[in-house]
Design a protein around this ligand. Structure first.
Ligand code: 6GU
Length: 225
């Protein structure tokens, strides 16, 4: 899988892309992540990528030209399954969306900034608008990083134990059961007896009961889905 991220703040993503799960996935040759500086695509001699909005509104708007140039250059090299724009008014990112995107071959994530981008880009070039939650971030870089992390860890082979993505919270609309490690008794804080029993069926049943109980208590909305 290949993810191209377009941003005016590449340095904000470089560290993340070259550490974390994304670095491991790239080293294994399973994923390629490319960060593009939008400023490299402007024809403006002062390297500006934004301008005042028509209509006299407040703030600045990202211009069509550099975004179109960058996306066109990428599309000339390969076909893209999705061209995503990060924006607080987009569709809510969630685990099913991460699953779906993890099956794509090539995606672009365009990071929003300032007051927004010229709406014509959204009408003509963007295929999917995504928000990571009901709050406002200064820019789409953190949203792009969140999405890339959630997507890449689902690509087969990225996680060392493939089972571990399957038992994630949300993967089946249930929160994950608690986990414990040695020692079984720490300062008198004890691990549930059943986990030490070696009785697989009983352990599975305990895990499901815990998942259901935690979901009912903490996220009852998930049980309605
Ligand atoms: Cl995708 N972008 C921005 N700027 N703010 C957000 C967001 C995205 N998702 C939630 N808040």
């Amino acid at each position: 899988m290949r993810i191209d991220i377009i941003t005016v703040l590449p340095e904000m993503l470089d560290g993340f892309v070259n550490t974390s799960i994304l670095a491991r996935a790239q080293k294994k040759g399973l994923v390629e992540i490319h960060v593009h500086n939008l400023r490299d695509y402007t024809t403006d001699k002062h390297k500006r990528v934004d301008d005042y909005p028509f209509g006299g509104f407040a703030g600045m708007v990202m211009q069509c030209q550099p975004i179109d140039a960058c996306i066109s250059a990428l599309k000339a090299e390969r076909d893209y399954d999705e061209i995503i724009f990060t924006t607080p008014d987009g569709e809510q990112f969630d685990q099913p969306m991460a699953n779906q995107l993890s099956m794509d071959k090539n995606i672009i994530i365009l990071c929003g900034h300032y007051k927004g981008i010229d709406y014509r880009i959204r009408e003509h070039l963007i295929t999917k608008e995504v928000s990571i939650g009901d709050f406002v971030l200064t820019g789409g870089e953190l949203a792009a990083a969140v999405m890339a992390d959630a997507i890449v860890r689902l690509v087969p082979g990225v996680l060392s134990d493939e089972q571990s993505a399957l038992s994630d919270s949300f993967q089946d609309n249930l929160l994950a059961a608690p986990v414990y490690t040695r020692p079984s008794d720490y300062k008198g804080w004890k691990v549930p007896e059943v986990l030490l029993s070696g009785h697989d069926a009983k352990i599975k049943e305990w895990e499901l009961t815990q998942s259901l109980e935690r979901t009912k208590r903490l996220r009852p909305d998930l049980l309605e889905k």
